[in-house]
Ligand binder design. Sequence first.
Ligand SMILES: [Zn+2]
Length: 499
Amino acid sequence: MQPPEIRFYNALTKRLEPFAPVDPPRVYMYNCGPTVYDYAHIGNFKAFLFADVLRRFLELVGYDVLQVMNLTDVGHMTEDDVADGGGQDKMEAAGERLAQDKKSGKLPDGVDLDPNDPYQIAQFYIDAFIADAKLLGVKVAEEYPARMPRATDYVPGMQAMTQTLIDKGHAYVAEDGVVYFSVASFPGYGKLSGNTLDKLRGGAGGRVNDAHQSVKRHPGDFLLWKPDGSHLMKWDSPWGAGYPGWHLECSVMARELLGRDVIDIHTGGEDNIFPHHECEIAQSRCAHGTDSFANVWMHARHLMVEGEKMSKSKGNFYTVRDVIGGKVTGNTVDPAVLRLELIKAQYRSNLNFTRKGLEDSASAVRKLRAFAGSLGTNEAAAVGLDHPAVARFVDALADDLNTAGALGEVFGYLIDPDDDPAVTRGVLARFDAVLGVLEPSQEGGQGDHGRISERVAALDAARAAKDFATSDAIRAELEAAGYDVKTTKDGTVATRRLA
Ligand SMILES: [Zn+2]
């Protein structure tokens, strides 16, 4: 296989660069995953779906992607936007929130968690995350837990990396007993974010935590290990019982699960650039003595909702369940529709999530499925990447994952496919290997979906033949099986009802 020339914007060099993995056809990719203290919201999922589309695209063109997405269940502090952020561990904050909700009777049905058991809270939100991710077609969720490590399972490795960094003179134990990374020991610090040592030293402008400055060698030094006997999650260590720093977790999990000092791609949301990714680079490169950690850094832009930053106080804060359950549109939403809505804009461009956009995506998914249903065959011919429509689709994605351009090619193809039906189905299969919206959600297993689409097709055929007794019977059968059945101008749509 000769992969097409792919260019990605590398946040480290601030340039579009040809993509050249170190060990082709293997691609080693690490994605910063969720902190499991609450349900992930649709803004979080925009970044996870970007990583999923990236993986699917690389697989489409022949790469073999080893993907790791972590689950953070300790050490992520509430003040995470400054270097060495303080505040409270988000897992402990979740316990307080749950205790509060319990008191005021606001806990949702079925959520009965012990506020003092962060492990139980983490497991609950991990399960919820995996379910949501599977519903939205995020492939790595099918590889949980093998490729989705939780930080608390890798603490020995974090202690080992801390010791290595101390031994190599990149970390020190300060007077307050905390092990800090010494940013001045790493000349590359600041390259990713632009927050260089000089900028961080001179009136840091809110970019560093003001606490503990007296014991640090440089204001930008950040914690690797914090002794804290009162922390709910703590481990014995040479520096006292305590917990690891959030940045350290990703450096360690990337190394242990990808098995390499230098990986190809590291992704996250744009809010991860500083301090999180800047610190990951410093730790990994200094611990391993390499001149690179991830060769390409890619970040998904924030999601706006109805033109504003999403926040609980503005009432525009949505989880995946909120959207699918009908909180935005008043009707249940097919997970594929939400998936399409969150991937339709190129990952670095602004995406404004609106009710209207969601409705447009619903219509796009209906159109695609109706078109596939109209082909009159389930047989898909093997279609190569050299098929002109597939080649144009791939070219769009090879241009820094331009999903908007790729979707343009898809809908352009539907207008006049000029192929026989089996070839057309083969082309659609190539598109959908990346888009992941043609088949109804995998929830409930492939077999169930095959059967449901078959029944929907039979219903449409009966209607077309004006055999309304049969179409009514099939509709009743689908409804009894837990589906909402709607007649649209593009044919029947069955959506699984949420419990
Ligand atoms: Zn991370």
